[in-house]
Design a protein around this ligand. Structure first.
Ligand code: ADP
Length: 468
């Protein structure tokens, strides 16, 4: 945007300079010889009177000839007069009278068209026209003068240089102005964009604060209005999810109790009934799992879930997780290898960290191939501890990586359903890691495997509100 604005201003400004200097130069050219030409026109008017009075060229009065010699001298040039048959009747270069001179300018003048031209190389101008006596009693005379214009040409060149220099200076000023204006005008938009990026990263309750002028303030107000609506809708969505989950939880719990009771009653039942009941029981487990995940997310969304920071021995936490996933790893024939480089203590909410890391490690087992491996490492620096989980599984396509933390997003729906996935695990993990002021990153290559790396501060974040 700022580049387009810069191009627009620079193009319009510099194009105007070029057009203006072109107009000035052509105006200058047109008026360059005007003074000399005007003097000549005055002289020619006087000449018609003298021709009448003196009977030139046949009369005895030499006034006209004297005037013509004086003119040639004044203009440092040549003055030539011919009759209508182009025979010389006067020449300041003293060509013999009666000699015929054929030159394009004289021919043009003989057709009653005055002619003016200049030769830049020879620095001379040529003017020719027809001079008639006032009463028209005498035959018309063709007047031709070629004179020196080096002074005028020098003047012309100097003024042309000035115009070019002014145009160049103006272009440089406009160019600089274009840069400054494009930066200044787009600055509020860039600030709005920065603030919107922050808001877009989940801070829906923040508002755009840029109000550098009325138009920008109007834009900010409109954006804030839309954000207000989006925030309202988001709250409604969260309330809806939370209410529905709560409403579903109670009947699901009752159904689970009833199904368990029936299965454990030891009563004889037909095999199909037993099989269907077992299926119903596992579907209820799956639904309960989804509802628990949804409730956990809803609590974190509404910031009602407090983070209870406690000094935790992270190596022990990791052991708890590995013991928890061991049966799953065994059932999938996946080997889990863990390496911790030192004893690490951090202020975290242990149950939540267990949930977050379990999701990642379980996924590494579930989306692995049989006989595959999962490598878990634990390390720390002065400020953070790091957990990386690398698997030798199917990998995730680059285009999918950006979406895997979205709610209910599953890359391969069939495979995910097979593994009992809900598409909520990584969303919960990310919320928990973010709530601890940490970061989570994914690197993956299709058919080679995936690495999740989690970074969490060792100490409770200073500005943390204590809410998830
Ligand atoms: P789910 O409950 O379906 O596992 P998650 O939110 O945990 O949901 O994961 C989202 C999706 O990301 C999964 O459906 C899966 O397709 C993909 N995924 C997560 N972890 C891995 C992994 N280690 N390897 C390959 N795909 C993975």
């Amino acid at each position: 945007m700022s580049f387009t604005l810069f191009l627009g201003i620079a193009f319009c400004g510099i194009a105007s300079c070029v057009i203006l200097s072109y107009i000035l130069i052509s105006y200058n050219t047109r008026h360059l010889f005007d003074a000399g030409k005007n003097r000549l026109t005055d002289f020619i008017e006087g000449l018609s009177y003298d021709i009448e009075r003196s009977g030139f060229p046949s009369g005895t009065d030499n006034t006209v000839a004297e005037e013509l010699f004086l003119l040639a001298e004044n203009y440092s040039g040549r003055v030539l007069l011919t009759d209508s048959s182009l025979r010389v009747i006067f020449d300041s270069y003293r060509t013999k009278n009666e000699k015929t001179i054929v030159a394009p300018e004289i021919l043009e003048a003989s057709q009653k068209k005055s002619h003016f031209s200049y030769d830049e190389k020879a620095k001379t101008a040529t003017y020719s026209c027809v001079v008639t006596s006032l009463s028209g009693s005498k035959e018309p005379v063709i007047f031709y003068i070629r004179y020196d214009v080096s002074n005028e040409l020098n003047q012309y060149r100097t003024s042309q240089r000035y115009i070019m220099m002014i145009a160049l200076c103006l272009s440089i000023i406009i160019f600089t102005l274009a840069i400054v204006l494009s930066v200044v005008f787009t600055r509020p938009l860039r600030r709005i964009n920065r603030e919107l990026t922050v808001i877009g990263n989940g801070k829906l309750d923040e508002r755009v604060q840029v109000r550098s002028n009325r138009q920008v303030a109007d834009i900010s107000d409109s954006i804030n209005h839309i954000l207000e609506r989006a925030h309202e809708m988001e709250e409604n969505r969260q309330n809806f999810v939370s209410d529905v989950s709560h409403e579903l939880k109670t009947p699901m719990t009752s159904m689970k109790i009833l199904a368990d009771a029936l299965l454990m009653s030891g009563e004889e039942m037909p095999p199909t009934v037993h099989e269907f009941l077992t299926d119903i029981n596992s579907e209820i487990d799956r639904e309960n799992h989804i509802i628990s995940d949804l409730l956990a997310l809803a609590r974190m969304d509404r910031k009602t879930d407090t983070i209870h920071y406690e000094r935790t021995h992270i190596n022990d936490t990791l052991d708890v997780i590995l013991n928890r996933v061991a049966p799953l790893a065994e059932s999938k024939s996946v080997e889990v290898v863990c390496e911790s480089y030192r004893d690490i203590y951090a202020e975290v909410d242990e149950p939540k960290i267990i949930t977050a890391l379990t999701n990642i490690i379980e996924n590494a087992i579930l989306y692995n191939r049989p006989e595959g491996s999962v490598y878990v490492t634990l390390n720390a620096n002065m400020s953070h501890f790091f957990v990386t989980v690398r698997d030798t599984g199917f990998g995730i396509a680059e285009s999918e990586i950006a979406h895997i933390f979205e709610r209910f997003y599953r890359v391969d729906k069939d495979r995910s359903r097979e593994t009992g996935g809900t598409g909520l695990g990584l969303a919960i993990t990310k919320e928990i890691v973010n709530a601890h002021g940490g970061m989570i990153k994914v690197y993956s290559k299709i058919n080679e495997g995936t690495t999740f790396s989690v970074r969490i501060p060792l100490a409770k974040p200073v500005r943390s509100s204590g809410k998830a």
